[in-house]
Design a protein around this ligand. Structure first.
Ligand SMILES: NC(=O)c1ccc[n+]([C@@H]2O[C@H](COP(=O)([O-])OP(=O)(O)OC[C@H]3O[C@@H](n4cnc5c(N)ncnc54)[C@H](O)[C@@H]3O)[C@@H](O)[C@H]2O)c1
Ligand SMILES: [Zn+2]
Length: 369
């Protein structure tokens, strides 16, 4: 059984000048949200935006704890799933806010996975030209990735995340105990991003994951805290150096160039983001051996960890290399006629390359399976 620990939460500072904020990480922090909000001097009125899976589990408890601390809170719920990340849904939410008398001092809390976070963040960024925003991520992907860094937005029929804003939260409350109700497949999918941080930024963390991934996936409290904390630290560091993705931040796309193409080919049905990224990282590992000097043995370690954690190492049977290449060219990360790849020089160190050719990719898609 996963152990329950309370007491002092871990704290990670995201250093961004006047947009700096803290991430608090630990079990059972949801009820303590008001305590973390206190120093921020926010107004008394706020809205919690959640989805139809997460709201019944945690919405009421969160609202009640805030009401006990004298906040006036309304809970707004959207249908769970990616289709809620739409302008239509954002519009529906925005039109509810005036009657709830939210003003510039008020706040919006996102409670849920990346969908709730991106959508609520976009609403917070645009209502009254921006009101206070708080993230309470509840999926592993949201805990280690989407709640950190200030990217908010919605999808268009033409593509994902085409409308949005960089908008930093004032606070992130990362309650790791909420992961107990997350479906296991979603947990594993989020774990792909955890592996990614080790691969691109921190060889020692990667080694620790190779040893202790089972403890993280079993949700042993100390292991989950360590993993979430390290990922938040690593992402915070990258985002602090390059908030608006003019350079370094691109390394976070490791495994995503091919991963996004796979997601687009299945039209986001039946394949979770982390599963596509896992297979994409395996391909990127092979390309790294070919083009960036990664040792074969290290590409095998990457594949080994992905496989051991129950994630796919390739999706070759589902598409032809030609289809994947075509989808990659359509992706918005294809810059000026070149598809740019984040490659590994070694575990923990990246290089961004536009030297990868179509035939390299084809070869890898044939061979790496
Ligand atoms: N803003 C960013 O920087 C960034 C980064 C990566 C991904 N994203 C976005 O994040 C989204 C994906 O996020 P996601 O994987 O969290 O998807 P999601 O929000 O759809 O959550 C996955 C599923 O898990 C459920 N869920 C979440 N937490 C739960 C819990 N504790 N218990 C039970 N069920 C729970 C949700 O209701 C949903 O059904 C995508 O839209 C992606 O574009 C954004
Ligand atoms: Zn991702």
């Amino acid at each position: 059984m996963p152990s329950i620990t309370t007491g002092k939460p871990e704290q990670v500072r995201v250093a961004l000048g006047e947009r700096s904020h803290d991430i608090f990480i630990g079990d059972n922090l949801l009820d303590r949200t008001a305590e973390f909000m206190q120093p921020l001097g926010l107004g008394r009125r706020g809205v919690v935006i959640s989805d139809t899976n997460v709201a019944p589990l945690y919405g009421e408890a969160l609202c009640q704890s805030l009401q006990r601390a004298d906040y006036e809170i309304a809970l707004l719920t959207v249908t769970a799933g990616e289709s809620s990340k739409s302008l239509r849904q954002a519009n529906r939410l925005l039109e509810k806010l005036p009657s709830l008398r939210l003003d510039r001092q008020s706040f919006i809390i996102a409670l849920g996975g990346g969908v709730a976070g991106d959508l609520a963040g976009f609403v917070a960024a645009t209502y009254l030209r921006g009101i206070n925003f708080i993230q309470i991520p509840t999926s592993l992907l949201a805990l280690v990735d989407s709640s950190v860094g200030g990217k908010t937005g919605v999808n268009l029929p033409q593509g994902k995340n085409l409308v949005g804003a960089f908008y930093q939260p004032r606070l992130v409350v990362a309650d790791t105990a909420t992961l107990k109700t997350l479906p296991k497949r979603e947990l594993r999918s989020g774990f792909a991003e955890v592996i990614k941080y080790g691969a691109i930024c921190d060889a020692a963390f990667f080694r620790w994951l190779e040893r202790d991934y089972r403890r993280v996936l079993r949700l042993e409290s100390d292991a989950v805290r360590k993993a979430v904390r390290r990922c938040c630290e690593l992402k915070a560091k990258v985002v602090s150096a390059d908030e608006r993705e003019s350079g370094l931040r691109a390394i976070l796309n490791f495994g995503h160039t091919i991963g996004h193409a796979m997601e687009a080919l299945v039209e986001y049905e039946g394949l979770l983001h982390g599963e596509a990224v896992a297979a994409g990282m395996c391909c990127a590992g092979c390309l790294s051996v070919k083009r960036a000097g990664l040792k074969c043995a290290d590409a095998r370690r990457l594949r080994g960890l992905i496989k051991a954690s129950g994630l796919p190492t390739h999706l070759g049977a589902q598409f032809t290399p030609e289809e994947l290449l075509a989808a990659m060219w359509l992706d918005k990360k294809a810059l000026a006629g070149k598809v740019r790849f984040v490659l590994l020089k070694r575990l923990g160190a990246t290089v961004v390359s536009d030297q990868v050719t179509d035939s390299d990719v084809e070869e890898v898609l044939h061979v790496c399976r």
